[in-house]
Design a protein around this ligand. Sequence first.
Ligand SMILES: [Zn+2]
Length: 240
Amino acid sequence: MRLNILGARGPYPAKGEPTSGYLLRTKEANILLECGSGVLTRLLNFISFDEISFIICSHLHADHTSDLGVLRYYLASRGKEIDLYIPSEPKEEYDLIRKGVYRVKEIENNMEAKIGNLTINFLEGQHPYKSFAVRIEVDDKVFGFSGDTGFKEELIEFFKDADVLLLNAAYTDKEVEKIEPEKRFHLSPKQAAEIAKKANAKLLVLTHLKPECSEKEHLLSAKEVFENVVLATDNDTIEL
Ligand SMILES: [Zn+2]
């Protein structure tokens, strides 16, 4: 398995750096995970639009979905359709996305999907829009992605023994302390590192970094808890 980072910023882009988008490539499938603004132009560095096998969006915030609107034009002009896994809420966003070229598969909590030799599991996170963490297993390799979520104990078991764990770290450690636990909708670097450590992950990749974020501080802070950590903004290819 190979992970290409297409975009790792949120909730808006940085100069030359798209919002959320990741391409997970196995021998049999090219999975586009998140399709935020600017992601499609980056995807073309690796594969063509025709080579996308299917798409998963953890939730319907625009920094994770906005390029679906323009991918639609490409697919429609060629009379093509593609499978798209998304939550069914909020309804307004869902209705806007689902029409036409997208064959929508609604994600539900604890859902398991078998696609070819892939096993994909979903776990609902803590976020203002319904958002799902994703676990993808193929050929004894495990890839985990948090989507947008605050800390939840269940994430540790869900991500058990992940080879690569891609976790959002939109908050700083100081920020997260100031927010009441039930209103924490993202992770901080230390929280992400805690999950990686307890889940026995091999590599932690921090993503969904605010353009204003001090990346050095983020990395150092995570490293205090879990040594094997990198930033998604520093890497465009990670091998599993
Ligand atoms: Zn979000």
